[in-house]
Design a protein around this ligand. Sequence first.
Ligand code: NAD
Length: 501
Amino acid sequence: MSAAIRDRPVRAWPMLVGGRRVPAADGATFPSIDPFTGRAWATAPRATAADVDAAVAAARAAFESGDWARALPAQRARLLRRLGDLVEREAEDLALVQVLENGKLLREVRGQASALAAHCHYFAGAAEHLHGHVVPLSVPDMLNYTVREPVGVVAAITPWNSPLSLLFWKLCPALAAGNTVVVKPSEVTPVSTLALAHLFEEAGFPPGVVNVVTGDGAVGAALAAHPGVDRIAFTGSTAVGKAVAKTAAERLARVSLELGGKSPNIVFPDADIDNAVKGVLAGIFAAAGQTCLAGSRALVHADILEDFTARLVERTRRLRLGDPLDAGTEVGPLACRMQYDKVLHWIGVARGEGAQVLCGGARPDDPALAQGLFVLPTILGGVRNDMRIAREEVFGPVLCVIPFRDEAEAVAIANDTRFGLAAGLWTNDLRRAHRLVPRLRAGTVWVNTYRRTNHATPFGGMKESGLGRENGLEAIHEYTETKSVWIDHGPGIKDPFNPRA
Ligand code: NAD
C-alpha cells in the first residue's frame, strides 16, 4: 500500500498565514523531490518578502490580541492535547510524507511521528506548571514574586533531516508558554510542515497562532531579520546558525541554536563488544548518517582495533540499501542532490588525506538503486583526528575509525573538536563511566547506548554545536521572559528626601 503513494498526482500545497491557505504573493512554487525516484511529487510556494511580512504580522496580531498569550494555562493545555491526538490519528500519513521528502526509512519515521503526540502531551502538562516563585526578601512589608511571560513572536527555522520532530521540539514549548509562531521549514522538506495546517485548525488554535511560510535560505534570512520577530529557534548547520546569531544580535532578539556535530563513540576493551558494534553502526548509518548526533568518529582502544574494525566492516557490507518505504531496507538514500554531492566530496577529501576506505566509498552499482541518491555506507581507517575528515561534519554515512591507548588519550581526542553535541561511551566498568562522563564536553553523553532522545530530557550542544536546550522542562523556560513584580503592602511610603517625615 505504501508504495502506491508514489502514483498520486503532483499536489500543490499552500502556505498557512493568519489561518488562511495562501500561495506565494507572486504565485511562484518549487518542487519537493523524492530522493529515491528523483521525481517531483509535490510543490510548495516560494514565499516572497511580502509573504514573510504577512506571516509575521498575523503572528503579531494573534499575540497582541491576548487570546493565546493570556489564555488560561488549562486552555492552552487542552489545545496542545487535541493537537497531540490529531497528530497521532494522522501519524501514518505524516510519516509517508516525510519519507517522500527526505528518504528516511518509513519504520524510523513512523516511530518519530508517534513521538510527536507525546511531545504535545508533555508540553500540555508543562503549560499548567509554568510558574514563577515568591522571592524571600529580607525587606519588611514587601512582596516580590516572578512570573514567566511569553517572549512574543517566535520564528522556527528547521532543517530537512527530521522536519517534524525538530519542529515539535520548538512548537510545543513555544505554544505552551503562550507565544505565537512563524515556521520556515527546509526547502528540501516543506510539505511535511504544510501537511499539518489542517490539524492546527481542527485542534482549535486561533488564526495566526501558527503560520507557515516556505522557501529557501533567503526566506529564512528574511524571517530571522524581521523586526517583528522576538525570538528565533533555529536548527541547522553551524555556518548558517552563526549567521542567524549575528542577525539576532543586531536587535538582541532571543535565539536558540541546534547545530552540527562530530560526535565521538568511544569503545573500551571491557565493553560488551556485540552491543558496541551495533551501537556504533546505528550511531552512524541510521538515517544514512544524516543526523546531527551521528557518532561519526569511532574511537577504538588499540587492543581491540583490528578485531572491532573487522566486525564493523563485515556488518556494514551486509547492510541492505533500498526503497525507504520497504520494511526490509536498512539504509535509504541521501535526502537531496546537494547532500549527495557533499558526501562524495568529503570521501574524496579523506582519500586525498591518506585515509583508507575499508568499505563503501562510492555509490552502489545496483541498477535498482540507479535513480536514488545512494552512497554506500563507508568506513575509513588510518584516520588521525587532525585530518579534515575527522574535523568537519559530513552529515552522511561516513565513519572514521581512530585508535586510542588510554582514557586520557580517548578524552583528549573526543574533546579535540569545535563541536560538542553528543558522545557515546562503551564500557562495563562503572567507575570508568563515571570518571569519563564529566570530562566529555558534550550536551549529551550516552553510556552503552546511542542516539536516544526523549521529550522529557534536555537536548542541545556545547561549543559550536549550539546555544540553549530543547526538550524537557528547560525548553519551556527558553520561550519565556521572567518578570519581577514588587508590591509594597506596608503602612505608607517614606519620603526619600526626609526619612523622619
Ligand atoms: P541549513 O543550515 O542549510 O538549513 C537549515 C534551515 O535554515 C533551512 O530551513 C534553511 O532554508 C534555512 N536557512 C538557510 N540559510 C539561512 C539564512 N541565511 N538565514 C536563516 N535561515 C537560513 O541546514 P540543513 O542542511 O537543512 O540541515 C543540516 C544541518 O542541520 C546539519 O549541520 C545538522 O547537524 C544540523 N542539525 C542539527 C540538529 C540539532 O538538534 N543540533 C538537528 C538536526 C540537524
